[in-house]
Design a protein around this ligand. Structure first.
Ligand code: C2E
Ligand code: MG
Ligand code: MG
Length: 261
């Protein structure tokens, strides 16, 4: 832990961080719906370190805010380029840590970065987990409403990993629920009942549903049969360097090559 913290300090200044993009695919039309920005760190000393390892440390050590600001800035710059050159409706999804969301000026930061890149709020989806939102539900909802007032969409990430009560889905000001890949995998052994229940309730209250971690055609078929709206996973593509993602955008029928036969 100490090693990671030591080397992570200054990683941003030393330009050791980069952002990859993974497509989210609208299942009904086989089109790219958005790109999730996923942070990568290559340390010259430690090599590649997984975000699952270094992000919790960055959060605990007070390093996540500047890193998160940089990811947001990088992702907005990238999506503004893709929207003007390739797909005017493309959205970018950015993961937000609790400490970022808690900042008093978070909404202003988002607003000014969007303005700086000449983007409407609709270009951005912010992915938050229940850990960020449930500490103070009322305060969270106030902030979420301000973000949604800018046109920004809010996604509840990793639904199914934590407390994941269906009851709070009703009260949270979110637009999208991302069903965690552990639920998608469990469908193979346990059947569709759990995912079906989440989809039914989420759709009933007007939320869009993303199924995470789709690796097989069977999983794709399963979530599509349950009316999930959007899929994300290695079946479609791994997280890609910006240039590779741009090439996918140029290939109109790319996603339909992953269609269920
Ligand atoms: P997440 O937001 O749930 O992102 C999805 C993770 O699932 C990514 O892992 C992605 O590479 C992986 N994934 C996508 N499709 C598949 C699949 O079909 N199978 C499997 N097994 N995995 C798949 P990654 O990139 O390692 O990121 C892990 C987590 O780190 C993310 O989970 C997110 O919570 C966090 N993270 C990544 N980038 C950022 C960031 O910029 N800021 C913050 N605060 N957190 C980030
Ligand atoms: Mg995410
Ligand atoms: Mg997730």
């Amino acid at each position: 832990m100490h090693q990671i913290e030591l080397h992570l300090r200054g990683a941003l200044e030393r330009q050791e961080l980069s952002v990859l993009y993974q497509p989210l695919v609208t299942l009904a039309s086989n089109t790219i719906h958005s790109a999730e920005a996923l942070l990568r760190w290559h340390s010259p000393v430690l090599g590649g370190v997984s975000p699952a390892t270094f992000i919790p440390i960055a959060e605990q050590r007070g390093l996540i805010v500047p890193i998160g600001d940089w990811v947001l800035e990088t992702a907005l710059q990238q999506v503004s380029q893709w929207r003007s050159g390739k797909d005017p409706h493309l959205q970018v999804s950015v993961n937000v840590s609790p400490q970022q969301f808690d900042q008093d000026n978070f909404v202003e930061k988002v607003q000014s970065k969007l303005a700086h890149w000449g983007l409407p709020g609709e270009a951005l989806v912010l992915e938050l987990t229940e850990g960020s939102l449930l500490v103070d539900l009322e305060a969270s909802n106030t902030k979420l409403a301000q973000l949604r007032g800018l046109g920004v969409q809010v996604a509840l990430d990793d639904f199914g990993t934590g407390y994941s009560s269906l009851a709070y889905l009703r009260t949270l000001q979110v637009d999208v629920v991302k069903i965690d890949r552990s639920f998608i995998w469990a469908m193979q052994h346990e059947g569709p009942t759990f995912v079906q229940a989440i989809v039914q309730i989420a759709h009933h209250i007007g939320l869009k549903i993303v199924a995470e971690g789709i690796e097989t055609v069977e999983q794709r078929r399963g979530v599509q049969a349950l009316s999930c709206d959007v899929g994300q996973g290695y079946l479609f593509a791994r997280p890609l360097a910006p240039q590779q993602f741009g090439a996918l955008l140029d290939q109109e029928d790319w996603a339909s090559q992953r269609r269920t036969p």
